[in-house]
Write a protein that binds this ligand. Structure first.
Ligand SMILES: *Cc1c(COP(=O)(O)O)cnc(C)c1O
Length: 363
């Protein structure tokens, strides 16, 4: 399909062209049933097959064990900031939070409305440009869970290694911006969740992968939609789920499997990220905002030029060349290239070629 740009948006973000084309071909008549997925009853056999197929593919991709439920929900990652403490606070009503960016801070603020928050690490002292050490003496053995954000979308950082919680404390992770980007051992977590619009599909779908023993502890006053037990018992169909977004996510999972699964994605993603970071590190015109390469995200690469004026010109000139949405998050400025699974190697190559040309013209 002609006239496609390379879209470096942080989310909603680029989706694989072949997925969009398949969805377009099926838009008015899906699987010969004479109607769009958008027009189907969520309780119809045709949709049962779509949601069942999406869940099965995700389970295969991530090797999700049977004692975890997969929930297809709404409300974005943001609603999970509140839903998690409402379901998981049950003994000490306290949880350990690592603050590695504004999404972690927002999640901690929501948890504080439900119980206690114990900050066990923070990189706020340096504008979140690194992943902090977890001070193990601060870990609470009675914490109801330990909370991290695996990839920090705005600041371009990623945990180089997962922190290990104290014995019996479940690890809870917001993996919205790096889910399925590289292998993840689900059994290390009590709960993993992600909004779909970064690496998986359209906005409107949030997926929660939660271990069975963490379900069923919400207090009676927790809204019924927000109780994981409601959603687990109802197969994510307590009410109408985001049917079209689930269908699109299913197509993306299918696409990933066709390319070799998460391992193949990881290989592609490191190749792309290395191309970009090698270029940046070999140039004195561009500076990565995360100094420690081991802490850098392979999904969101953040960097700056010598002045705010140059940053602006860079974003504008790149857009003219079909490289769009490179402006950093409004809270930090600079440049951010989000290079999720759907971004082709060729897109990053085009970006690096543009960066070389821009440097020549503007130094
Ligand atoms: C985008 C993002 C969010 C917020 O997602 P919404 O779906 O807009 O609520 C939360 N956490 C992370 C890590 C994100 O990248």
């Amino acid at each position: 399909m002609a006239n496609r740009v390379y879209n470096f948006a942080a989310g909603p973000a680029a989706m694989p062209l072949s997925v969009l084309e398949k969805a377009a071909a099926e838009l008015t008549n899906c699987g010969g049933c004479g109607m769009s997925v958008m027009e189907m009853s969520h309780r119809s056999p045709a949709f049962e097959e779509i949601i069942g197929g999406a869940e099965a593919a995700l389970r295969r991709l991530m090797k999700i064990p049977d004692h975890y439920k997969v929930l297809f929900l709404q409300g974005g990652a943001t609603l999970q900031f509140s839903t998690i403490p409402l379901n998981l606070y049950r003994n000490s009503f306290s949880a350990d939070y690592a603050l590695t960016g504004s999404f972690a801070k927002k999640a901690a603020a929501e948890a504080k409305r439900v119980g206690k928050v114990n900050v066990v690490a923070s990189s706020e002292d340096q504008k979140f440009n690194y992943i902090p050490e977890v001070d193990r003496s601060k870990l609470d053995p009675n914490a109801d869970y330990m909370y991290i954000v695996t990839n920090n979308t705005i600041y371009g950082t990623k945990w180089p290694e997962l922190p290990t919680p104290l014995n019996g404390v479940p690890l809870v992770a917001d993996a919205s911006s790096n889910i399925l980007s590289e292998p993840m051992d689900v059994e290390k977590f009590g709960l993993i969740y992600f909004g779909a619009q970064k690496n998986v599909g359209p906005a409107g779908l949030t997926v929660v992968i939660v271990r069975d023993d963490l379900i069923g502890h919400a207090k009676p006053e927790v809204p019924i939609y927000l109780d994981y037990k409601t959603q687990a018992d109802g197969g994510s169909m307590y009410n109408t789920p985001p049917t079209f977004a689930i269908y699109m996510a299913g197509l993306v999972f299918e696409w990933m499997e066709s390319l070799g699964g998460v391992e193949a994605m990881a290989e592609r993603n490191y190749k792309k990220a290395n191309l970009l970071y090698d270029f940046i590190d070999n140039s004195d015109f561009y500076t990565a905002t995360v100094p420690n390469r081991a802490h850098r995200s392979i999904m969101n690469a953040t960097f700056v030029l010598g002045s705010e004026e140059l940053n602006k010109r860079f974003v504008a000139e790149a857009a003219k060349c079909g490289l769009v949405n490179l402006k950093g998050h409004r809270s930090v400025g600079g440049i951010r290239a989000s290079i999720y699974n759907a971004m082709e190697y060729e897109g990053v190559k085009a970006l690096v070629d543009f960066m070389a040309a821009f440097e020549k013209e503007n130094r």
